[in-house]
Write a protein that binds this ligand. Structure first.
Ligand code: NZQ
Ligand code: ZN
Length: 386
């Protein structure tokens, strides 16, 4: 196991009916900005619950943060924060609203001229404006981590940011919110969380027995709940296990002491920037080809995964590893997610070289757990996914 440090300061409040507890978590004299997305919270009752809980606070609102949170819209929210002298942010939504709020938390305290530099120049946020979240869509893990991904449509960019100042102060996880989530977004949540675990697991063995087993158990839980929650999003047992699995998949715990990959995400973000494909679907497109291309360096973990997660006991290590890849692709299909780029866009020719060009431009020339994947390798991986 590698050396590590672990600190996660986010308070989780989990369970049915817990949204009312936000009042006790926000400083009494706070001036709150309530941030939300395209309006789903007004249809499913979450908005009313939040407003009731905030009845004793001074509250401003900013709605309309789109999926793949857009920089230009967030800059409007930043104006509101400054004008109304906001002191606390409350994100109510999925990963996009939470990530947008993280950008605002950082930008509100940023003293440089251009907030885009936080993303473009990779400025880590050591201190942001405090914020809490009410999660409405299990998927990204943003509710308990310090990362965010922001889109700029004008330049077709989708860039990551983060830093120890960007953990939510608290996050409310009420699994009953899953009820109103459309099937497509539930499938996205399952695929995103599944791939988060894979990115921190499918590398090479370092004797981290516990991290491996926690990762495998999150995968097994997602596999078990997937058909149940897709069929019946009101099933509380499935919803609560789905929600907690998504949080645990990316709250930092399973990546401690182990090598991590994240190449699928780095290439996937470019597919969203280029074609607007849902984040989770870009991962499903790339996972099979990434693991096939890197079979040699990942085969021990792939075989372990095939054995422990999918019960594949027969065959050589390489044979089991290949079955592990097939099982992964079949899992995405089983939740209704297509895994070929050509099934999402007719314009796929040339995507591999365009992604290689973009990665080079950003200096992302050494991807993967060994830092050996070049843009030219990324080009071939993307081409395998056509
Ligand atoms: O905008 P509204 O109207 O709220 O509707 C949303 C949106 O259309 C809807 N939705 C959310 N909760 C709902 C609901 N509809 C009905 N009932 C509910 N309870 O779902 C749609 C998608 O929402 P979005 O927030 O975009 O989805 P998700 O949570 O999958 O977030 C995706 C974003 O997170 C980033 C992705 O890149 C993408 O931009 N990621 C963030 C990460 C992080 N911060 O750690 C890691 C991830 O790898 C990922 O990159
Ligand atoms: Zn993801």
């Amino acid at each position: 196991m590698k050396n590590f440090e672990f600190k996660n300061p986010t308070k989780i409040i989990f369970g049915k009916g817990e949204i009312q507890k936000i009042a006790a978590e926000i400083p009494a004299d706070a001036k709150v900005l309530l941030l939300y997305g395209g309006g789903s919270i007004k249809k499913n009752g979450i908005y009313e619950q939040v407003k009731t809980a905030l009845k004793d606070f001074e509250v401003e609102e900013f709605g309309g943060i789109p999926a793949n949170p857009e920089y230009a819209i967030l800059m409007q929210a930043l104006e509101v924060i400054k004008e109304k002298e906001i002191t606390f942010l409350l994100a109510v939504g999925g990963g996009s609203v939470l990530d947008g709020t993280k950008f605002l938390s950082s930008a509100a305290e940023y003293t440089g001229d251009n907030p885009w530099d936080i993303l473009d120049k990779k400025i880590r946020t050591l201190k942001g404006m405090p914020f809490g979240t009410v999660l409405t869509l299990p998927a990204t893990g943003s509710e308990m981590n310090s990362g965010a991904v922001i889109t700029r449509a004008e330049t077709k960019q989708k860039l990551v940011m983060g830093g120890p100042g960007l953990f939510p102060v608290f996050s409310i996880l009420d699994p009953t919110v899953v009820r109103s989530i459309p099937e497509r977004q539930i499938a996205n949540g399952l695929a995103d969380a599944f791939t988060h675990v894979l990115e921190q697991y499918m590398t090479y063995p370092v004797g981290a027995l516990l991290q491996d087993r926690i990762a495998e158990s999150i995968l097994q839980t997602l596999i078990e709940v997937a058909p149940v929650i897709l069929k019946d999003p009101t099933d509380y047992k499935a919803a609560s296990n789905f929600m907690w699995s998504c949080t645990m998949a990316l709250n930092g715990l399973i990546q401690k002491g182990v090598p991590t990959d994240w190449a699928i995400h780095m290439m996937g973000h470019e597919l969203t920037a280029l074609y607007g494909i849902d984040h989770a679907r870009t991962l499903a497109i790339l996972a099979g080809s990434h693991y096939t291309y890197n079979l040699e360096t990942k085969k021990e973990k792939l075989a372990q995964y095939a054995n422990r997660v999918w019960g594949v006991r027969e065959g050589s290590m390489e044979e089991r590893a290949k079955i592990g890849i097939e099982k992964t692709v079949a899992f995405f299909h089983s939740i209704g997610i297509k895994t070929k780029l050509s099934e999402y866009t007719k314009d796929y020719q040339g995507t591999g070289s365009e992604i290689a060009r973009r990665l080079t431009e950003r200096g992302m020339i050494a991807l993967g757990e060994h830092g050996t994947l070049t843009p030219s390798d990324a080009e071939k991986i993307v081409e395998l996914a056509y």
